[in-house]
Write a protein that binds this ligand. Structure first.
Ligand code: AMP
Ligand code: ZN
Length: 472
């Protein structure tokens, strides 16, 4: 497989460190709120990479962290008057629910920063011993200039970086807030502030810096060298650059062999982000569309391209996905009614022809995970089965066609069994209709709606505040 490596800015043949095995580390979300569809892009894209490698027979160790201690979590905890751990635990649960609905597989390990503090302290000690870090009044900084290759991932020149920040550097010195030796130095350990979560350390109570988390968790759960390190392109600098500096300075070996970065999801040509306020959470979108349409939409573009989000584009993804699902459903029906006769020679040829589409699919995926072209191969396959397989075909042929579509969709994480489950918005519309029927004294219709929902496992409860519902 060829992978575009951000480190070399070229497509390179993927060669794992240990034959047959791949260690992947993907920077996970900071858990202070629901994730938005932009955050879902790396989850879906790198889950698809994992599925493809599994399909190719690799043993994949997939590690993705939860950043569960951070300024944004602490801020929200203070606003709600609850401990920070309550916020992070709440949103880890919510993120996991969204991941499940997007058919993103659970990671082999989902480490949480707060559970890895002793190893973080150990790495800081090593960095201090090796003169790559220093402590000032309870804060430990990484000495950036002690790592000569700093900037190799983001292609930034260390002197340019320093020059670009001369004014800020001056300001920091003036207000005395910063005691770093050099503006480029970044925090490994920060001292406790009142009301914030903290852990004891040789430098006083405090908490780790964000960049350090990933260096430590990837080392613990994958090893000193990772095959593939991935995340959104905004993480290239400074996050991944700092991870490289810390890990390579501490472990004295190359940190990650291949760096993969997804492009940004945009809305009206602008990047989607919480700070700009132009985002949709997965939860909101899930009210409107089954989330596998969102997964399909995201995979319909190459992961490195920017991808614009609009209702129109999602509608078109929905229509495309339906073409595949309808073909599967027709083949399923045909299989049910098919007679168990042997395949004719022509049918055998059609079965052989199915492999061509798998080859096209694989070629696309081998080329830096080109899911857009891989989806085109699935469409060609669907066209082929639609025109060559009918309910009169042999069972063997129908099954081969069905299996081939399912196999490729499975690599993309697309579920081909049609989900019959109702959307929240559909349930609420039916409840409203039931209320209207009751008002009009049409109790037969009201009961009918209640029974229909009950048959689908949705329980209604009439309360003083109105009708409440839950899934059984
Ligand atoms: P955060 O919680 O902000 O650290 O983001 C978690 C992951 O989502 C990171 O890999 C980010 O690069 C990625 N990400 C955030 N916003 C977007 C976006 N609009 N499009 C694509 N990826 C994004
Ligand atoms: Zn990271």
């Amino acid at each position: 497989m060829k992978i575009y490596n951000t480190l070399t800015r070229t497509k390179q043949d993927f060669v794992p460190i240990n034959e047959g095995k791949v260690g992947i580390y993907v920077c996970g979300p900071t858990v202070y709120d629901y994730i938005h569809i932009g955050n879902a892009r790396p989850m879906i894209v790198f889950d698809t990479l994992r599925r493809y490698l599994l399909y190719k027979g690799y043993d994949v160790n997939y590690v993705s962290n939860f950043t569960d201690v951070d300024d944004k979590i602490i801020k929200r905890a203070l606003e709600e008057g609850v401990p920070a751990s309550e916020i992070s635990e709440r949103f880890i649960k919510e993120v996991k629910k969204d991941m499940k609905d997007l058919n993103v597989m659970e990671a082999t390990t989902h480490p949480k920063a707060t559970e890895e503090i002793p190893d973080m302290i150990d790495m800081i000690k090593v960095l201090i011993e090796k003169d790559h870090a220093y402590e000032v009044n309870g804060t430990v900084y990484f000495r950036t200039r002690s790592f000569p290759e700093y900037g190799k991932l983001s292609k930034k020149n260390i002197d340019d970086l320093e020059a670009g920040h001369r004014d800020e550097k001056h300001a920091l010195k003036v207000d005395g807030a910063d005691e770093k030796e050099d503006f480029l130095d970044f925090v490994l350990w920060k001292p406790k502030k009142e009301g914030e979560p903290s852990w004891p350390s040789p430098w006083g109570d405090g908490r780790p810096g964000w960049h350090l988390e990933c260096s430590v968790m990837s080392k613990k759960y994958i090893g000193d060298i990772i095959d593939i390190h991935a995340g959104g392109e905004d993480l290239i600098f400074p996050h991944h650059e700092n991870e490289i500096a810390q890990s390579e300075a501490a472990n004295e070996v190359e940190f990650a062999r291949y760096w993969m970065h997804n492009g940004f999801l945009r809305i009206d040509g602008e990047k989607m982000s919480k700070s700009l306020g132009n985002f949709f959470t997965i939860r909101e979108i899930g009210e409107k569309y089954p989330l596998q349409i969102i997964r399909f939409f995201i995979l319909s573009a190459h992961y490195r391209s920017p991808l614009n989000f609009s209702d129109q584009l999602v509608e078109s993804a929905k229509a495309s996905l339906e073409r595949i699902l309808t073909a599967v459903s027709k083949l399923e029906d045909a299989l049910q009614s098919a007679k168990g006769r042997a395949s004719t020679d022509d049918e055998k040829k059609i079965i052989e022809g199915l492999c061509d589409f798998e080859k096209k699919f694989d070629d696309a995926m081998e080329d830096d995970l080109n899911t857009a072209d891989a989806i085109s191969a699935v469409f060609e396959l669907v066209k082929y089965t639609n025109s060559n397989i009918t309910s009169d075909s042999s069972k063997e042929l129908i099954k081969a066609g069905l299996d081939q579509i399912r196999k490729l969709c499975d690599v993309l994480g697309i579920i081909t069994e049609l989900k019959k489950e109702k959307l929240d918005s559909e349930i609420e519309a039916l409840i409203e209709e039931r209320q209207a029927a009751r008002k009009a004294k049409n109790f037969a219709r009201a009961d009918e709606i209640r029974d229909q929902l009950a048959a689908e496992g949705i329980i209604l409860e009439d309360t003083r505040e109105g009708v409440k519902w839950k899934r059984a």
